[in-house]
Design a protein around this ligand. Structure first.
Ligand code: GAL
Length: 667
């Protein structure tokens, strides 16, 4: 495990570089990511290429013993290209307006002009630097999908989308039938007629309705995700021709960006390792510690291997306004939270705060003055600790027995038609994640078709749709002894985003041993429930369950369905299938997690306390446990057995005191 920083040497005088590098070394920084926005420096005018400036940087890094991840600069096409190619380059937004020059990420993933220009530049970069001694890896583009850029509504995309549909459906009749275009006279006579689902007559962003055909929308979302992945793959493939070094890209968090619209499971298959950008307290909000932990869990789950944080918050940040300065201890705490979640490299954004440009307020490790400060000292402490820990442990990953199924098809379908006011797929997944997190139980995420046999419990909240292979996979898991949970809004749709003509929960009815002939969306109402999770209230959805073979573990206690089951368990082969028909308050969610702990004998710490994250980790040979104090006050945590805190070398007996935002690694 180690730390790094995002470095922009081209923003500073060369005379400053050696000061920067010696400060980095002193702080234990072992890797820098550079170059991801520099197209205009590589190619200031069309077909005029300059590399001397990057040669200097990379040679300097090699001479100063610093490893480099080099970005491809496709996130920022230069001005000459915008001027010359205009429409051919730009994305078009949902209302039909081009995204003009001035910020970044305004290019269309399906622009053949842009792809061609980009291929040429990436090839030159890869050829020149593919085996440079400073290099240790590649980052493609920057935050693909950032700020609603995955879905573009231009004429280039419309044409590509029509080709995609033709390939998928073969005949227009098949598309018409699948989409049900008989509804509202939407029948198409040819693929060339099919629209790209822009904001139409019924579009109303305030009331969350797009109005377009849901099957068309889901296909368009899949197509858009595939377009981004193909844009990325094209670059990866060129790089791999010239370089044997690993290729990655930096993903976005789910908390702020549950809508990147890219299937990260699919994208990750193409990458050698995955990374993400972790901003916790900034202009656009403050992430709860459980949500950050969930994001780390997502990242380790995309490839089921250690990941990097490619941009970790290093100071107060925001563009036009700032979020708070991270209190002393938080940078270190956030770093170890990432390591506890499976990160093996944490790269801070950015080395020094920039003097100009959109991000002139965004603080890096050093301030604008370039002098060492308390943030630098804290990162230095962390960097040196991690150097020492690397001598003791290999790459650490949490020891996991529980997984949550995450389906991008379901996520996108839920975003098209939300079922009821207040419902959000990602929030429901987070609610389940949090209930285990608070008990000190790590949780992975899995795609519905993945091998699930490593987990004692698999939760599939609101898994709207599955294909035959995914259904078989889930069935096999339960029959072979797994414990599977579905919730309301599971199994009721086809993969085409149409409704199944079956009683809820449709595809999972037999597995769950129940039928749901009636349900009550909780619009401006709440219903009381009671069960193995205690007394609670549903405020989103109530499935009124009729058990066929299933046992009842919870019932509604209010409304016209008082006495009807809300939570059931069915035996299925050697395993069990649970069905939760409603949402619960957070305290009851935690009780539910505790119920599973007891029923399934899940490993958990004997003692947990509020906002003290406990993560049991292993490097495959040695086990240890992180204690992360997310409280702004000191806490005393009882410890079951005598152990050592590897961060301080202290012997711990009976209890450990953690300062505000402090961390221990016990083993
Ligand atoms: C990230 C991005 C960086 C930088 C940072 C601060 O989203 O990848 O390039 O912009 O935010 O805004």
């Amino acid at each position: 495990m180690r730390i790094g920083t995002d470095y922009y040497p081209e923003h500073w005088e060369k005379e400053r570089w050696s000061t920067d590098l010696s400060l980095m070394h002193e702080a234990g920084i072992q890797v820098v990511r550079i170059g991801e926005f520099d197209w205009a420096l590589y190619e200031p005018r069309e077909n005029e290429y300059h590399f001397a400036w990057m040669d200097d940087i990379l040679d300097f890094m090699a001479a100063h013993d610093m490893k480099v991840v080099l970005g491809t600069p496709s996130a920022t096409p230069p001005k000459w290209m915008a001027d010359k190619y205009g429409e051919e380059l730009y994305q078009t937004d949902i209302h039909g307006n081009p995204k003009i020059f001035g910020t970044r990420k305004h290019y269309c993933f399906n622009s053949s002009m842009y792809r061609e220009k980009n291929r040429i530049l990436v090839e030159k970069i890869a050829e020149r630097y593919g085996s440079h001694p400073a290099l240790e890896g590649w980052q493609i583009d920057n935050e693909l999908g950032w700020a609603n850029t995955t879905r573009c509504y231009c004429s280039k995309c419309r044409k590509k989308f029509q080709e995609y549909l033709k390939e998928k459906y073969q005949t227009i009749d098949c598309l018409n039938e699948t989409y049900g275009t008989v509804f509202w006279s939407q029948t198409y006579n040819s693929f060339e007629e099919v629209i790209i689902p822009q904001a139409g007559a019924c579009y109303d962003s305030c009331h969350d309705t797009q109005g377009q055909n849901p099957s068309l929308l889901l296909d368009f979302y899949r197509f858009s995700s595939d377009s981004v992945i193909s844009f990325m793959n094209e670059q990866a493939e060129i790089i791999r021709r010239y370089s044997s070094l690993p290729v990655t890209t930096n993903m976005l968090d789910a908390a702020v960006n549950s809508g990147t619209g890219i299937d990260y499971f699919k994208m990750s298959k193409e990458l050698d390792y995955v990374t993400w950008d972790n901003y916790i307290e900034f202009q656009w909000g403050i992430a709860e510690d459980a949500a950050v932990s969930r994001d780390h869990a997502l990242l380790r789950s995309y490839k089921h291997q250690p990941f990097w944080v490619m941009e970790e918050q290093a100071g107060p940040c925001g563009w036009s306004k700032l979020g708070p300065a991270p209190s002393p201890g938080k940078l270190r705490l956030w770093t170890y939270q990432a390591v506890a979640g499976g990160a093996d490299t944490v790269v801070y954004f950015r080395w020094r705060s920039c003097l100009f440009g959109t991000e002139e307020y965004w603080h890096g490790i050093l301030g604008h003055d370039g002098k060492v400060n308390r943030r630098y000292e804290e990162i230095k402490k962390t960097g040196l600790e991690m150097k020492r820990l690397s001598g003791i442990f290999g790459k650490l990953m949490p020891r996991v027995q529980v997984a949550i199924v995450k389906s991008f098809d379901s996520e996108w379908s839920h975003s098209i038609h939300r079922h009821v006011e207040g419902f959000e797929y990602d929030r429901l997944l987070l609610d389940y994640y949090r209930s285990f997190y608070e008990l000190g139980i790590p949780v992975d995420f899995v795609a519905p078709e993945e091998d699930l046999s490593a987990y004692k419990l698999v939760l599939a909240p609101a898994l709207l749709m599955v294909n035959e292979e995914q259904k078989q996979n889930l069935t096999r898991y339960a029959q072979q002894g797994g414990n599977l949970l579905f919730t309301f809004r599971s199994g009721i749709k086809t993969m085409d985003n149409t409704m199944l003509p079956e009683t809820v929960p449709g595809m999972f009815s037999d597995l769950a041993g129940i039928k749901v002939p009636d349900y009550d969306p909780q619009f401006q109402k709440k219903t009381t429930v009671s069960g193995v999770f205690g007394q609670s209230t549903a405020s989103l959805w109530c499935d009124i369950i009729e058990p066929e073979q299933a046992d009842v573990l919870g019932v509604y206690t209010g409304d016209y369905y008082a006495g009807s089951p809300c939570f059931t368990r069915n035996s299925c082969g050697m395993g069990s299938v649970y069905y939760m028909g409603c949402d619960l308050e957070q305290a009851s969610m935690k009780n539910l997690a505790a119920y599973f702990c007891t029923a399934l004998e899940l490993c958990r710490p004997a003692y947990v306390q509020d906002k003290v994250e406990r993560v049991s980790v292993t490097d495959g040979r040695k086990n240890a446990e992180f204690l992360l104090n997310h409280n702004g006050c000191a806490v005393v945590v009882p410890v079951e057995r005598e152990c050592t805190d590897f961060l301080t070398g202290r012997k711990i007996r009976k209890e450990i005191r953690l300062d505000p935002w402090d961390v221990a690694l016990l083993g």
